[in-house]
Write a protein that binds this ligand. Structure first.
Ligand code: HEC
Ligand code: HEC
Length: 276
């Protein structure tokens, strides 16, 4: 699987050189990309919303939603206001290396720190999916950021995770794709603090209003929860005592996790060292 996927990606790279993309023609690649974009909650930031937090119709991934003091970019295939004129490699570089074709940096809260570990095969799938959504003309202003982007070593190639290693695969799904630990890890020098991975503490405004703090999701908090209870919190927003979580996480997107991926994610969460 790894080799096959990598082989296909190599072909993709060659196509990118001539500026055309055959990626969007591959239906299974587009489906995989749609799945990754769903559990990766791209639309949660990239689709503009009404005052109640509902996505605006006909504006899927068209950008302009305010997050972390910035406006999300238009990532539809519109050539003038979106990323339609970018090569596959340029899109990959923006997502994995935070580098736009004009040299500007893609700044937080776009989760480059996590997305840089997306495998080549999955990256090709995400690009195929982005090429397949309707182009929407929507020019988004690029605001000044108060949060400086931290420079990370550029990534050229990332091999696919080993699906037979449940923990490693769960780590890939939870950290790299669903970037759970972006919200649930306190930051240090602008990046998630590795020493307090999953310890919680960042403040968020819930859809519909109200401030909440992302809780600790290490065993410090979750040891007494069953796997099923952890899954209910992630996919339904319900705690073991039946109370509901504030609307910060995208439970409806996380409800689309395949059973195997959700299993692997929870297995991985159990192995993250307890932290406070
Ligand atoms: C937490 C919010 C958030 C999520 C989730 C998110 N993005 Fe972004 N993204 C942003 C913001 C904000 C920007 C603009 C950053 C800037 O202005 O420097 C951006 C920029 C980008 C860019 C660069 C476009 C440009 O014109 O510069 C691409 C490509 C992109 N995102 C793709 C994705 C994909 C694909 C996903 C899902 C796998 C995703 N994003 C998930 C917030 C997010
Ligand atoms: C956008 C930020 C954000 C992302 C992304 C996110 N969470 Fe959360 N999560 C929160 C917040 C905020 C709460 C608390 C809501 C409340 O208190 O009502 C929460 C609550 C939880 C809880 C309940 C804990 C408790 O003690 O009540 C669990 C478990 C959890 N998240 C796991 C995850 C997992 C696993 C992922 C990735 C699949 C994830 N979260 C992604 C912000 C986030």
């Amino acid at each position: 699987m790894g080799l096959f996927a990598f082989g296909r990606f190599a072909v993709v790279g060659a196509l990118a050189l001539v500026g055309a993309s055959a990626l969007a023609q591959d239906a299974s690649l587009v489906e995989r990309g749609r799945y990754l974009a769903t559990i990766g909650i791209c639309d949660s930031c990239h689709t503009p919303q009404d005052a109640q937090g509902a996505p605006l119709k006909g504006m899927e991934l068209a950008g302009g939603h305010r997050v972390g003091g910035l406006l999300s970019s238009n990532i539809t295939p519109d050539e003038e206001t979106g990323i339609g004129a970018w090569t596959d490699q340029q899109i990959i570089d923006a997502i994995r290396n935070g580098k736009r074709p004009n040299g500007e940096t893609v700044r937080p809260p776009m989760g480059v720190f996590f997305y840089r570990n997306i495998s080549d095969a999955d990256m090709a799938a995400i690009v195929a999916y982005l090429r397949s959504v309707p182009a929407v003309r929507n020019r988004v202003e690029r605001l000044e950021s108060r949060v400086p982007a931290t420079a990370l070593a550029p990534v050229q190639t990332v091999s696919a995770p080993d699906r037979s290693d449940k923990r490693d695969y769960g780590k890939y799904i939870g950290e790299t794709i669903a970037h759970c630990y972006q919200c649930h890890t306190p930051r240090k020098d602008g990046l998630p603090d590795a020493a307090r991975w999953g310890a919680g503490g960042n403040a968020y405004t819930a859809r519909g209003g109200g401030q909440v703090t992302a809780p600790n999701i290490t065993q410090t908090n979750l040891a007494s929860w069953t796997d099923e209870q952890v899954k209910q919190a992630i996919t339904k927003g319900v705690r073991p005592d039946g109370s509901t979580l504030a609307a910060v996480m995208d439970f409806d997107r996380y409800a689309r996790f395949s059973a195997g991926d959700l299993d692997a994610l929870v297995a991985y969460m159990r192995t993250v060292p307890a932290a406070n």
